[in-house]
Design a binder for this molecule. Structure first.
Ligand SMILES: *Cc1c(COP(=O)(O)O)cnc(C)c1O
Length: 387
């Protein structure tokens, strides 16, 4: 029996080290990592720049409280603001905390305007926003909320893609709409650009804030820094995490000037959020992602990956129903059981992760190259032969 509380069904496998897109097990077997710690290791394992920056910061300063100015934090916030829709950033340590901060800011915004009952948030079935109580009941996944009632109130759920229900759900107490730009856990469901434009319009017409959860699909994963950038719209609030730390726990909530105006000293906080060590690493991740051509390469590798996956679909129509996603956030919707398929990929040393709707999720590091994609495709091809 393990001393660890059993909240995960773990594979009996552990790793001793990693390099780029590869992980090496404690028995020294080599695995191709197309999970990236669920979109976390954006620059692969042990990227030399991240290692260098982490070592050098570790010898200078790890942590000071937010009662003091933190130059590394100022710098990361400034770079996020200069390169996105945002005007302000508050740092957290995880995705759930980042969505939690988003929910708090949306409520506080209307409270400060004197509209104290305008505090409900419309969310979508099949979404995932994290495991804190509010983010849990925001997504309202029956498997996740079971046993954790009383529920956190303030969320009204509609079906994904059901435009009529969405419009009907809006009333005088609605403060915001919150959705992932691409549903990750929910099955790599992309909200089409025209629907994002529609959501922005609905928010403007009804004086609602638009919260786009980019914890999984953001930080370059789709080939733009944020997935919503493909639509040309700007949200009001965006929680991020996963990729921004490249493996170090960092979360943040980005807001425009309007949404941020309600927050004052004391409105929100986090002991660890934005400490010098985390912020140095976040800056190091951006050093690479903001390099010229980095995101273009994500787009071209993503396109290549898609072409190859579509060939697989054509070759094995009885196995593959469809290919979903954008950039290097890909999903294969299967006609055969996804867990069986994933186990066979695993036998062939390709690591992937499942998603809802019988989807296999493929999240290679953003530094993946054509050879590594070819290697993954040949394993997927081989496994398709078995069904
Ligand atoms: C992973 C995820 C979260 C939660 O992030 P944690 O760091 O696990 O708390 C929230 N939203 C989305 C879209 C995610 O994929």
């Amino acid at each position: 029996m393990s001393a660890i509380l059993e909240t995960y069904a773990r594979r009996s496998l552990s790793f001793s080290h990693g390099k780029g897109c590869y992980l090496f097990s404690t028995s020294n077997e080599k695995y191709l990592d197309f999970v990236s710690g669920i979109a976390v290791n954006a620059l692969g394992h042990c990227h030399s720049h991240l290692v260098k920056v982490m070592k050098s910061q570790a010898e200078k300063l790890w942590h000071v409280s937010n009662a003091f100015e933190i130059p590394e934090q100022e710098k990361l916030a400034k770079r996020l603001v200069e390169n996105t829709f945002a005007d302000h950033v508050i740092f957290m340590n995880s995705g759930a905390e980042a969505t939690e901060a988003s929910i708090k800011i949306a409520r506080k915004y209307f409270y400060e305007k004197g509209q104290i009952n305008k505090n409900r948030i419309i969310t979508f079935k099949g979404a995932f926003h994290g495991r804190t109580l509010a983010s849990l009941f925001a997504a309202n996944n029956p498997d996740h909320i079971k046993g954790f009632e009383p529920k956190v109130d303030g969320f009204d759920q509609v079906d994904f893609g059901d435009h009529d229900s969405l419009k009907k759900a809006i009333n005088k107490n609605t403060a915001a709409i919150m959705v992932e730009t691409i549903l990750g856990e929910g099955g790599i469901k992309v909200i089409p650009p025209e629907c994002l434009i529609g959501l922005r319009k609905i928010c403007d017409e009804n004086d609602l804030l638009l919260i786009l959860d980019e914890v999984q699909c953001g930080i370059g994963r789709t080939g733009k820094f944020f997935a919503f950038e493909w639509s040309g719209i700007e949200p009001d609030i965006v929680p991020i995490a996963k990729g921004i730390g490249g493996g170090f726990p960092i979360g943040a909530c980005l807001v425009n000037k309007k949404a941020g105006s309600c927050m004052k000293p004391g409105s929100h906080g986090s002991t660890f959020g934005g400490n010098p060590l985390a912020m140095s690493i976040g800056n190091a991740v951006l050093d690479i992602i903001f390099e010229k051509n980095f995101l273009d390469n994500v787009i071209s590798q993503g396109n290549y990956f898609e072409e190859q996956l579509l060939k697989i679909k054509k070759k094995f129509p009885h196995v593959v129903e469809g290919v979903r996603g954008k950039g290097l956030l890909k999903g294969i919707k299967l006609k055969v059981e996804n867990t069986k398929f994933i186990n066979q990929l695993f036998e062939q040393k390709l690591l992937v992760v499942k998603a809802s709707e019988n989807v296999v999720r493929l999240l290679p590091p953003l530094i993946v190259n054509k050879n590594e994609i070819d290697e993954a495709i040949s394993i997927i091809d081989k496994v398709c032969e078995n069904f």
